[in-house]
Design a protein around this ligand. Structure first.
Ligand code: DX5
Ligand code: ZN
Length: 221
């Protein structure tokens, strides 16, 4: 299975955003993860369309937008127009999940569904055909730099099972507290896409940290 490392710009220096993104690209990042927060679904506010458009200018890597917002459908068209290549919505904020995922695909983007730590995988199981990515939150969303929740390891294996049983080729992504100490456990559990904010941007050498994280997985076969 391919390892995909997705640095989250939440921990980047926004005054030097283009350089930070280029640095991730040079370091071998597979995807750039953009955390949109609305101050309602989560108790924090980050950015929207404008920053996605700036990120689009800075790199040709895929831009995966993690939407921690209520009524995410209000932003689908503008985020796709700004250059998002994927949009991941939270099942907790998506009463019409199947329709919302279908809409993301109609806009030419990859469709993802995220589950908070306390949310069961039930909704994911019902929409496997509509999914290009499943995001298992390994912290409660809202902030970077939080501690990984150990129960996420078992949940990641169960999510892998759900995808395998449905013969789905969707990516299985984990997000929150991923770093040198935790990545191996979720990789073994079946995750293939790893969001890393703090681990990359607070490293002494952020560029080589991306490769270091990937190597930990590849050396654990
Ligand atoms: C948390 C965000 C994460 C965050 C991860 O709500 O969804 O993407 O940036 O940050 P770290 O890797 O620092 O836990
Ligand atoms: Zn995220």
């Amino acid at each position: 299975m391919k390892v995909r490392i997705a640095p989250s710009i939440l921990s980047a220096d926004f005054g030097r955003l283009a350089d930070e993104i280029k640095m991730c690209e040079e370091g071998g990042a597979d995807v750039i993860h953009l955390d949109v927060m609305d101050g309602r679904f989560v108790p924090n506010i980050t950015f929207g369309e404008k920053v996605i458009a700036s990120a689009r200018k800075a790199t040709s890597l895929p831009l995966d937008v993690h939407m921690m917002v209520e009524e995410p459908e209000n932003y689908f068209a503008s985020f796709a127009g700004a250059g998002a290549t994927g949009m991941t919505i939270h099942v907790e904020a998506a009463p019409h999940l199947q329709r919302q995922l279908a809409r993301i695909r109609e806009l030419g983007c990859l469709a993802g569904a995220a589950v908070n730590p306390a949310t069961s995988l039930g909704a994911i199981r019902e929409v496997t055909a509509d999914l290009d990515l499943v995001l298992i939150m390994t912290v409660n969303p809202g902030f970077g730099g939080q501690e990984f929740i150990p129960a996420s390891i078992d949940k990641s294996s169960r999510a892998r099972q759900v995808l395998d049983e449905a013969r789905s080729r969707a990516s299985l992504e984990v997000d929150g507290g991923i770093g040198r100490d935790t990545i191996e456990k979720v990789w073994r559990a079946g995750a293939d896409t790893f969001v890393a904010g703090n681990a990359v941007f607070s490293a002494a050498d952020p560029k080589s940290e991306i490769e270091a994280l990937r190597r930990i997985c590849l050396e654990t076969v």
